[in-house]
Every structure is written in C-alpha cells, then in structure tokens.
Design a protein around this ligand. Sequence first.
Ligand code: PSU
Ligand code: MN
Length: 311
Amino acid sequence: MNPLLDLHPEVAAALADGRPVVALESTIISHGMPWPQNLETALAVEDEVRRHGAVPATIAVIGGRLQAGLTQAQIEQLGRGGSAVAKVSRRDLPYLVMRAATGATTVAATMIVAALAGIRVFATGGIGGVHRGAEASFDISADLQELARTPVAVVCAGAKSILDLGLTLEYLETHGVPVIGYRTDELPAFFSRDSGFALEQRIDEPADIARLLHAKWTLGLGGGVVIANPIPPEHALPRERIDAAIAAALADAQRQGVQGKAVTPFLLARVNELTGGHSLASNIQLVLNNARLAAAVAASFADHARQTREA
Ligand code: PSU
Ligand code: MN
C-alpha cells in the first residue's frame, strides 16, 4: 500500500475480499453542484452504489492524506466548503500532501488515487475535455492525459458541451483511450442523450464492458476507458435550452477573463444558475444512473477476476 494513502475500513475489506468497489470523485461535490444538493447527491450516489452490490469509495485529499472512502462528516466538509475547497488535479497532489491540506479531487486525481488503491471502476457526471477555443487558450483538461495513462474505467454521461466534443474525441483517439457507448451509438452530451458525434464502439451489457476492461489490461495497454452512459430519457433536457445557457456562460467567462482551473467550475455554476433547478435535477439523475452502471460493471469485473484466478 502506498504510504500516503488511507482506505476507509469498508473499502479495505471489500478490496481484500475481491468484492466490487466503485470510486467516486469529490470535485463534483465542492465545485460541481451547489450546497446542499451537493451533499445530498454525494450521499445518494454512495447509497445507489451500495444498493447495486458494490462498495462506494469517495475520494479526496484530507489533511494531506490521499483518502479512498470518506466518512459522512468528511463529505459534508467538502460540500459546505464549496469553492473555498482546493480543486486537486494531478499537478496539485504533491503540493497538498506537502502542506497537509484538504482538497476535492477531479476525475484525473480521483483516477490516480483509485489506481493506487486497486480500484478499477469509477463513476462521475461528466469528464473534463478540450475546451472550445483551445487552439488559442491551450485549455485541455488534465483528465484526458490521465485517461491515457492510468488504468481506471470512468463511467460518465459524456461531457458537457461547454467543451468542444469533437476535439475531445480526437484527443482521446490520439492517446488510445477507448470511448464505449453504453447502449448508444452516439457520444452523449451530458444533459442530452445525443451530441451528433458517432461512436464506433458500442456495448449493451455490463458484463461485456468488464470483459473489454480485462482485454485492455491483459494486453498490457494500461490507461483508462471512457464508458459513455446517456442520461435516462425521462430526465434529459432539450438541447436548444442547454445550448443557450452554455453560450451565455461562455460569453460571461470570456468577459470576466476567467482562466485556468477556474474555467470549468465557473461554467458549471453559471449553467446551473441560468437553467435554474432543471439542469441540477438532471445532473443528479445522470450521476445516479452512472453509479448504477458502474456498480454493475465493477461486479462483473470482480467475478471475471475471480474466475481467472480459479482457472
Ligand atoms: N464536468 C462536469 N461536472 C464536473 C466536472 C466536469 O460536468 O464536476 C469536474 C470534474 O471533477 C472534472 C473537472 O474532472 O471538473 C475538470 O476540470 P478541468 O476542466 O479544470 O480539468
Ligand atoms: Mn482547464
């Protein structure tokens, strides 16, 4: 075990027994949703993972320790702290450890901690990607490089169209990251099921996703996989409505000169404000939906690993 990593006892026991575990990120708690829905959602997502047969491991940095599996009080601390909590990606981890500080982990940092803990499946809302205008700003989320190098499967509802979805797919292709459509032939665009970008690889059964993960890692390819799970139709929002809010949020960001790691939280908060409760309700539902699929994939992955050991 890594000397800087602590496992919640429930997570440690599940991993030791080869039972399924699902990693969950914490930037979505501190920077992705407003209080108190962020706390309610974080706890509901953990419950959803449990009810579908896996153990949740919400990941963060607490007092300079990498933590896989949080107490309710720790989740509440991250939720109440909101934007005052440090947002931690790959580059930030050493500094937080050195300062014995607390921070919320992005998809990239959550993947790193999950891999150190031996957790292979991770559920979130949306991943970071290539920002619109990246040819001038160079703003490409570190999540994409992490997917290229760290062996964790990320179940998400695609990405918000605050990003350039076409360039994000190109980047992932260049870096050898499979993007699997779960029961879809199209990259989902977070709040809506369709983006207009076709995916070449579709899998309809969680057990087959687990087999693909085994194939990738048995081949020694390393790296992550994006499992793109469209929002359930009853919770999807019309694209025109979301697109208008996103355009306004992007214009505000530009006007206010928002840069660097502040860009994504700014856009998420602005889109939430502009669409009122509707987008937040959809956001919560799609995370729950991803938690269910991740639990099923983790369960199949654990079964497959057991059979391989016994054979
Ligand atoms: N997209 C969302 N919700 C989120 C995020 C992205 O729809 O909460 C968060 C995730 O933690 C992701 C991070 O890893 O934002 C990406 O930030 P950046 O673009 O600065 O890499
Ligand atoms: Mn960025």
